[in-house]
Design a binder for this molecule. Structure first.
Ligand code: NAP
Length: 485
């Protein structure tokens, strides 16, 4: 067990605006908790609207110089940032666990993933390729440049405190944008620690500003209403995404939205059931179920439903639940008390409507927000758990009888982030993948996240993509120049 003080020793607690670490204009602070002990571990400056606008001014001032730098120079600063994150990944992983609760091995996985976005976008920064063509009429030469969209507001959730930030900062900086990062109030420390590393890696003052705030709505509205802010990149719930889209509409701000999910996980009778269980464990339990990509609804073909449920429940039961920093912990606490209550309410509703608890079933007694790994079967169609994002270690299993039924049930949701399917017949799997209404498909795979792949959803799971080349395009705008010579 590492000492909390040691983990927090070099972590800043101020706002980063224009290269200066400072207190909030009105002295407000946010208490940060360790969800395993429920103790306050730090107090971080909480930005006011005035601070938000100061960050816009700083980003606006720093933007033109950053945009004008050679792509290679921006790339090298990102590459240095990648190397520094890798060098400090173990300390940063402990920091993630301390403020978020997740098991240290999940935090280590997150850090490796988070750092990759700086390496990937260091490589993409030099690939902002323009277009040139002659119009069919022959009367026009069409030149299309891609220019940075400008000052970008980045808003991130608490479930991946490092990766959701680097997945936005990397492409924004590669494209030549300056940014204002508003991390989640539950987990601001990781973002502040990464910002300090970016400074050390050579990111100029004002290019990355970080403003934790417990007054997110007011501060972000003020920023979005400022004409100097030209981009919103948001990751979080669909509910808050809708509010922000309405705010952004007032000044027609360019928006990229990574929102909630309700992922189906389909298991066909011809699948390798052991492989499906292994995939289900990753798809459900990576990050303790607190992931937008977490499998939320398990649809299993009737002849194998019993076998799958039994093996899956055994794997869930084998997990070691405990403080994330303890050796061997597989499942840490949920992020806060409200998260535990919400998960309990979904389980209770399902059980009240006839679901059977195969394993788990509730919150753990005592200190810390621990929830038992839970498997439910015979879940009725009207159970809320099939409609709402669970965001915890609970797996509802439902039997199905045909491909058409499985596809219809999988698509019967307002979300479309990701769907998983397991089958021994690859051609059948690809045909079904085409019919699933989701931005990403895990075909015989329980995890799809990859910095080199386009991440994002259809329907109310979002607009736009992060990662891949697409991620940088979200921070670029085309400029068409009609040329005559
Ligand atoms: P959330 O409540 O929507 O909060 C996300 C961020 O928005 C936080 O920084 C939050 O700040 C801020 N926020 C809240 N209300 C706001 C407002 N009115 N104006 C401006 N900002 C506001 O989501 P969460 O609970 O942190 O994260 C879980 C959600 O994120 C889940 O739905 C999950 O599916 C989704 N998610 C999606 C992806 C993806 O890539 N699609 C990835 C990860 C997570 P405060 O913390 O200060 O409230």
């Amino acid at each position: 067990m590492t000492d909390t003080k040691e983990i927090l020793a070099d972590v800043p607690t101020g706002l980063l605006i224009g290269g200066e670490w400072r207190d909030a204009s009105d002295g407000a602070t946010i208490d940060v908790y360790n969800p395993a002990t429920e103790e306050v571990i730090a107090s971080v400056a909480s930005a006011s609207e005035e601070d938000g606008l100061a960050a816009v001014a700083a980003a606006d001032k720093a933007g033109p110089d950053w945009a004008a730098r050679a792509p290679r120079e921006r790339a090298e600063i990102l590459r240095k940032s990648f190397e520094m994150l890798i060098a400090r990944k173990d300390d940063l992983a402990k920091l993630i666990t301390l403020e978020n609760g997740k098991a240290l091995k999940d935090a280590q996985g997150e850090m490796a993933y988070a750092a990759e976005f700086f390496r990937w976008y260091a490589e993409e920064a030099v690939r902002n390729i323009s277009e040139f063509s002659t119009a069919p009429s022959g009367n026009n030469k069409i030149m299309v440049l891609q220019q940075p969209v400008g000052v970008s507001l980045l808003i991130t959730p608490w479930n991946f405190p490092a990766a959701m930030g680097t997945r936005k900062i990397g492409p924004a900086l590669a494209a030549g944008c300056s940014v204002i990062l508003k991390p989640a109030s539950e987990t601001p420390l990781t973002a502040l620690a990464i910002a300090k590393i970016l400074e050390e890696a050579g990111v100029p003052p004002g290019v990355v500003n970080v403003i934790p705030s417990s007054r997110s709505g007011a501060v972000c509205s003020a920023i979005l209403a400022d004409p100097r802010c030209r981009k919103l990149s948001f990751t979080g719930s669909t509910q808050v995404g809708r509010i922000l889209l309405a705010e952004a509409a007032k000044s027609v701000v360019n928006c990229s939205m990574e929102l909630g999910g309700n992922a189906p996980f389909l298991v066909f009778a011809d699948a390798d059931i052991d492989a499906a269980v292994e995939g289900a464990m990753v798809a459900k339990m990576r990050n303790g179920g607190e992931a937008c990509t977490a499998a939320n609804r398990f649809f299993v073909e009737a002849p194998v439903v019993e076998e799958f449920a039994k093996k899956f429940a055994a794997a869930m039961e084998a997990l070691k639940v405990g403080p994330g920093l303890d050796d061997g912990t597989d499942l840490g606490p949920m992020v806060n008390a409200a998260a535990c209550r919400d998960i309990s309410a979904l389980v209770d509703d399902a059980v009240g409507k006839g679901a059977k608890v195969v394993t788990g079933g509730g919150q753990q007694e005592g200190v810390g927000h621990f929830f038992q790994p839970t498997v439910l079967t015979d879940v009725s169609d009207d159970a809320l758990i099939l409609n709402d994002e669970i965001f915890g270690p609970v797996a509802p299993i439902i039997a199905f009888d045909s491909v058409d039924e499985a596809v219809a049930r999988a698509n019967d949701t307002e979300y479309g982030l990701i769907a998983y399917l397991y089958t021994g017949d690859l051609a059948k799997g690809l045909a079904i993948a085409e019919r699933l209404d989701a931005g990403m498909i895990g075909l015989n795979k329980g995890v799809v996240s990859d910095p080199a792949a386009p991440f994002g959803g259809t329907k109310q799971s979002g607009i736009g993509r992060e990662g891949a080349h697409d991620g940088m395009m979200e921070f670029l705008e085309k400029k068409y120049i009609a040329v005559s010579w």
